[in-house]
Design a protein around this ligand. Structure first.
Ligand code: FES
Ligand SMILES: [Fe+2]
Length: 344
């Protein structure tokens, strides 16, 4: 049962912005981490419980409809998750299927968890808190994930103490490679940013960025052919998910999805599915570790930027020619109606 949704108590967003943000899909867990046991997640300040039952994923408010105790304090049974306070049990679709104190009585139809739609894609569980009534909004799409020869890797999530918009803007930013990412893939002597121009798309914008900045680990530099031009294709799915397709020499491709899930206005949980068609013998743990290292390099910048949120009025920060993606990003958000909230 889909209930009318409103911003949760103690919401850190303005109500209008919250409602707008709530209309999009965000990942809330890795699919491999969700089983029958109730699992906790927070999205846009809403506390959620996630569990699987009989092949179905349930994403619901983490509030028992009886007396409001979080289901994540409860435990699993074969037929559902059990609230620890009075033992009500909730199964498929979040329906109550047991009231221990009156086992012989019919269960009121209203005794349901407040559920949200759930989809499993790119190794992640996605949900949307306020889906539009008449449209089936698409998830961000990820190039090559389903292509033959590609390996799918879903990195463990990690938390950033900052606003999702700042993190995503950093992911799109190509001028910081030579400053922040020199211990992983970038070259401190290759600082110049060649021209590039973002193009608007129905979902946000895309950018083809050509440069000589390689993407092999810094420790394996010899693998890059001299003078090779690297293509980095960014696809921005407003508001907070972007994919980056890196064209390695030959037919080798690496795709990274940067799915920033807004826990609150000040906290973000990052999910990063990866697809690649080379180095398939390299253990996935090594890919997790390399990717984690790159994101860690960004952490201090993203967590200390001020204002904490993202000024959408372009007059409020200075811009340099390398910022065309950042500018496209802010314009895109503004066009969707986001505004004052993105200032502190
Ligand atoms: S509060 Fe959950 S069963 Fe009573
Ligand atoms: Fe970065």
């Amino acid at each position: 049962m889909m209930n009318k949704i409103a911003p949760p108590p103690h919401c850190s967003f303005e109500p209008d912005d919250w409602l707008r943000l709530a209309g999009y899909w965000y990942p809330v867990a890795r699919a491999c981490d969700v089983g029958n046991a109730p699992q906790k997640a927070t999205l846009l300040d809403e506390q959620l419980v996630i569990y699987r039952l009989k092949g179905q994923i349930v994403v619901a408010r983490d509030v028992c409809p009886h007396r409001g105790v979080p289901l994540t304090l409860g435990f699993q049974e074969e037929e559902g998750i059990v609230c620890p306070y009075h033992g009500l049990r909730f199964g498929e679709n979040g329906r109550c299927n047991r009231i221990p104190s009156s086992p012989g009585q019919t269960i009121p139809a209203k005794l349901n968890l407040t559920t949200f739609p759930a989809r499993e894609r790119y190794g992640l569980i996605w949900t949307c808190l306020a889906p539009a009534q008449d449209t089936d909004a698409p998830l961000p799409s990820m190039p090559h994930w389903d292509d033959a020869g590609f390996q799918q890797i879903t990195c463990p999530p990690f938390d950033v103490a900052g606003f999702a918009g700042r993190q995503v803007e950093g992911f799109l930013d190509v001028a910081h490679f030579a400053w922040i990412h020199t211990a992983t893939f970038a070259d401190p002597d290759n600082q110049e940013v060649p021209d590039y121009s973002p193009a608007e798309t129905p979902y946000g914008f895309s950018v083809d960025y050509w440069s000589t900045v390689g993407n092999y680990p810094a420790s394996a530099e010899h693998r890059g052919p001299g003078g090779f031009k690297w293509l980095r294709r960014f696809d921005m799915y407003l508001p907070f998910t972007a994919t980056l397709t890196i064209h390695f020499p030959g037919e080798s491709r690496l795709v990274i999805m940067n799915a920033a899930s807004p826990v609150s206005a000040r906290k973000t949980r990052m999910f990063a599915p990866i697809a690649r068609n080379f180095d398939l013998h390299v253990p996935v743990e090594d890919v997790h570790a390399f990717n984690h290292k790159v994101f860690e390099e960004d952490r201090l910048m993203v967590e200390t930027q001020r204002p904490e949120r993202l000024p959408l009025d372009l007059a409020l920060e200075a811009h340099i020619p390398a910022d065309r993606s950042s500018i496209a990003y802010r314009r895109g958000l503004k066009k969707l109606g986001f505004g004052e909230f993105f200032l502190v």
